[in-house]
Ligand binder design. Structure first.
Ligand code: PMV
Length: 387
């Protein structure tokens, strides 16, 4: 039996950083996916191991089942329907199993993701042989939710081939889960994210699972339905960033200038709320869509200005802003800033020539450009051969 899942990445349309201080933020899925294929060996294959292949990096890690039983004991009767947190004792055992694989130093960031994989797999399937193949269209560690997408896709394939999910095995093409199944996948994915990030907010895995857009404030998530398709140019500056340090920098600035920063956060709150209203409001024709896009561009520019005043922009981000502005396009950083990715709205009536020119100019600066549709479907699965 072979099964594939795809889970999208995310962008933050408005409200990053300010959300940490109680403002509203809006996040959306992007149609850039992480794919996970799960295959159980047939009885005549005689394969007694658990393997994960990271195709994009040409890496494979494998553990004999006996080594898993010995190194991570106690999973003889896995409980797939109840998401389980990985306690520090188990995490230590998993870390030892991952360490044995001598992950190349340059790729050491993968270790936490591999640990999440081992935890999710063993909790859901125990000591069963399998091969898991991962590929992704999402750049790693750039704020597009690559780790959440992998946790969602892993959880989905593992659950789909367990007893806790009921699927139509004869379905052709991509198939969605039911609401209750999505909820289960989301909870497991969150457990994986906890292994990778320590204390994630749950936004990335929720957007990846359900797709579309969500509004969030003080840990409360509201799902939104966008009425018009939005297209964004995502520019990956390839400048590595440290989310924790950037969040701490904003907190320090807030301590130094509490009243001024409170006003900044309040302004962001209004921007996010207006943006959420805007994307849900109907737009009947091209004129209405253009008006909506113009308002959205203004809100993005205002949010970017406020992110600059929080001190989280970066020379590379400013280069993207200057370049896109030459073509009268509005941009803002997305996620933690300090590098990472920048969003540029591509209005519906914008010519392909302009898009090609701006992309060419950004690429000569050494940036990576991706075009993505915003607010599309979340997790989907497909039985191999039918996609
Ligand atoms: O780096 P990202 O894309 O995961 O976004 C971080 C968003 C912040 O608002 C800066 C931090 C947070 O936890 O909300």
């Amino acid at each position: 039996m072979e099964l594939k899942a795809r889970a999208p990445g995310k962008i933050i349309l408005a409200g990053e950083h300010a959300v940490v201080h109680g403002s509203t933020a809006v996040a959306a899925s992007v149609n850039l996916y992480t794919y996970v294929t799960l295959r159980f060996p047939t009885s005549d294959e005689n394969d007694d191991s658990l393997k994960i292949q990271l195709k994009d990096m040409d890496l494979e890690f494998s553990w004999p089942i006996g080594r898993l039983e010995e190194g991570l004991p106690g999973f003889t009767s896995p409980v797939s329907s109840t998401p389980k947190s990985c306690l520090p004792e188990s995490l230590k055992l998993i870390a030892a199993l991952v360490e044995e694989k001598n992950i190349p130093e340059a790729k050491i960031g993968l270790a936490a993701g591999i640990s999440a994989f081992l935890w999710l797999y063993v909790c859901i399937h125990g000591y069963k042989s399998a091969t898991v193949i991962v590929t992704s269209e999402l750049p790693l560690g750039s704020g597009l939710g690559s780790s959440a997408a992998i946790c969602v896709a892993l959880s989905a394939t593992f659950l789909a081939l367990s007893n806790s999910v009921n699927l139509d095995l004869s379905h052709q093409g991509w198939l969605s889960f039911s609401e209750s199944e999505l909820e289960l996948v989301n909870k497991w994915a969150f457990e994986g994210e906890k292994i990778i990030h320590g204390k994630p907010s749950g936004i990335d895995n929720t957007v990846s699972t359900y797709g579309n857009m969500i509004k969030f404030r003080l840990g409360e998530l509201t799902r939104l339905e966008s009425t018009v398709p939005l297209k964004m140019l995502i520019t990956n500056t390839k400048v590595g960033r440290n989310t924790k340090a950037l969040v701490a920098g904003v907190a320090e600035r807030t301590n130094r200038h509490p009243d001024a920063m409170a006003s900044v956060f309040t302004a962001v709150d209004f921007i996010s709320k207006e943006l959420a209203e805007l994307i849900q409001s109907p737009a009947a024709d091209d004129l209405a869509i253009t008006e909506k896009e113009e308002k959205l561009e203004e809100l993005m520019e205002m949010n970017q200005g406020l992110l600059q005043s929080m001190g989280v922009s970066h020379a590379s981000i400013e280069t993207v802003l200057r370049t896109t502005l030459k073509y009268k396009l509005a941009s803002k950083l997305t996620g933690a800033g300090g590098g990472g990715c920048v969003l540029t709205l591509l209005p519906t009536l914008l010519s392909h020539t302009v898009v090609d020119k701006v992309m060419a100019e950004l690429e000569t600066c050494g940036f990576q450009c991706l075009i993505a549709e915003i607010g599309g479907k979340g997790l989907e699965i497909c039985f191999e051969g039918s996609s």
